[in-house]
Design a protein around this ligand. Structure first.
Ligand SMILES: *Cc1c(COP(=O)(O)O)cnc(C)c1O
Length: 400
């Protein structure tokens, strides 16, 4: 079958809840992917940062295959010999005393929301079912009903109410607005250190530190959604570390498995995660031995192969070069590490057409929020490959 035939099948029989670029991929290796017609592309999306380690990383593959042939699922009714090792390695890597394993990012965010409420009722003594969590406008935390209840994006929520109560919304990047929104029932603030889906929005310097101070002062939990920004993407293990801030709860997912398998986690100290009692929360697949083995390998290569340092070096270079492209369409280039957004002027006709043009040139990038092109290649990318990409990006941004 050729690309056209695959696309026709998909469009006929699959729900149209995505609007993918018309490229049908069949193989990936490192920063490169190949379509069914044999054409090669540079992956500049990395599955929304789930592929920080690159496609089919050989060390993760080996762990995946070995574990898949030994034991894949026990459920948490029984213990397995991989999960305890992952727990221990997460403590050493992140500095949090405990973790709770889930599968998708949205499930981990839901878990954090439940944890904050549990803490409110058992520790802070908030009246039952009155707890409130502050979230930021423009956020993306996933797609469940409760999570979209925090969304300010009409498209994500308009046809899906009624919504879950207990959330307040404030403008992103404004710590004073957070302080003003706090009331006696506020138990937590949930934010992304950089808004990825929101259009690579970087808050003002000091924002995260201010949130930390506000939380300490008002006895509120600071919960950071690092599902996209964490695990090296911005040049630190966690983006909050750019401000030397330690949230009470950090949520990770995506690159936790290097793209092999859905693995997510809520990280916190024992005073919080110790609040869950047996049976109160869970997941059949969460913390399964295959997921744990894959996550262990994915986290190990991230550190051992210097990917986080590489995100700094290559990210700085990539961003600097992008900013020098004399394009009439570009309004701003911004980012941290290898999470880069190129915001186009409103009159540029939207980011989609540039992404389609880059596709023709062998570069896969996706528009986010209509006018922003996100460049987020795997963290293993080298300078030579960035130069290759820049030649093509320059062409697309200046000639069209
Ligand atoms: C992708 C993402 C999620 C949701 O993760 P899923 O695995 O798609 O459920 C949540 N928060 C952020 C910041 C994300 O980028």
């Amino acid at each position: 079958m050729n690309s056209r035939q695959y696309i026709a099948l998909e469009d006929t029989y699959g729900a149209h809840n995505y609007h993918p670029l018309d490229v049908v991929l069949t193989r990936g290796e490192g920063v490169w992917v190949y379509d069914v017609d044999g054409k090669r592309y540079l992956d500049c999306l990395s599955a929304y940062s789930a592929l920080n380690q690159g496609h089919v990383h050989p060390v993760i593959l080996e762990a995946f295959q070995a574990q898949a042939s030994r034991l894949t699922l026990t459920s948490r009714a029984f213990r397995n010999d991989q999960l305890p090792l992952l727990y221990k390695e997460l403590v050493e890597l992140t500095g949090y005393e405990m973790s709770l394993l889930m599968n998708s990012g949205a499930e981990a965010v839901e878990t954090a929301i439940k944890l904050a409420r549990k803490w409110a009722y058992t520790v802070k003594k908030t009246p039952r079912h009155q707890a409130e969590i502050i979230t930021a406008a423009g956020n993306f935390h996933g797609r469940t009903i409760s999570i979209i209840s925090t969304s300010t994006e009409p498209f994500y929520r308009d046809d899906f109410g009624p919504f879950t109560p207990g959330f307040a919304s404030v403008p992103y990047g404004d710590a004073n607005a957070i302080e003003a929104a706090i009331n006696e029932n506020t138990c937590a603030i949930l934010v992304e250190p950089i808004q990825g889906e929101g259009g690579v929005i970087i808050p003002p310097d000091g924002y995260l530190r201010q949130i930390r101070a506000i939380c300490d002062q008002h006895h509120i939990l600071f919960m950071a959604d690092e599902i996209q920004t964490g695990l090296g993407r911005t040049g630190k293990m966690f983006a909050c570390q750019h401000e030397e801030v330690r949230p009470d709860v950090t949520i990770i997912g995506k690159a936790m498995s290097g793209g092999f398998y859905p693995v997510s986690a809520v990280l916190a100290d024992k005073s919080l995660l110790g609040l869950f009692r047996p049976g109160e929360h869970g997941s059949t697949f969460g913390g399964n031995p295959l997921a744990a083995a894959v996550a262990r390998a994915a986290l190990r290569v991230l550190v051992e192969e210097g990917m986080i340092e590489n995100a700094v070096t290559q990210g700085d270079y990539f961003m600097e070069q992008l900013a020098e492209i004399p394009s009439p369409h570009v309004r701003e280039v911004r980012g941290k590490g290898l999470l880069i957004g190129v915001e186009l002027k409103p009159e540029a006709g939207g980011a989609r057409r540039f992404c389609e043009a880059m596709l023709q040139e062998g570069i896969l990038a996706k528009e986010t929020h209509e006018n922003v092109i996100r460049f987020a290649p795997p963290l293993i990318i080298d300078r030579q490959t960035i130069d290759w990409a820049l030649d093509r990006i320059r062409d697309v941004l200046t000639r069209r």
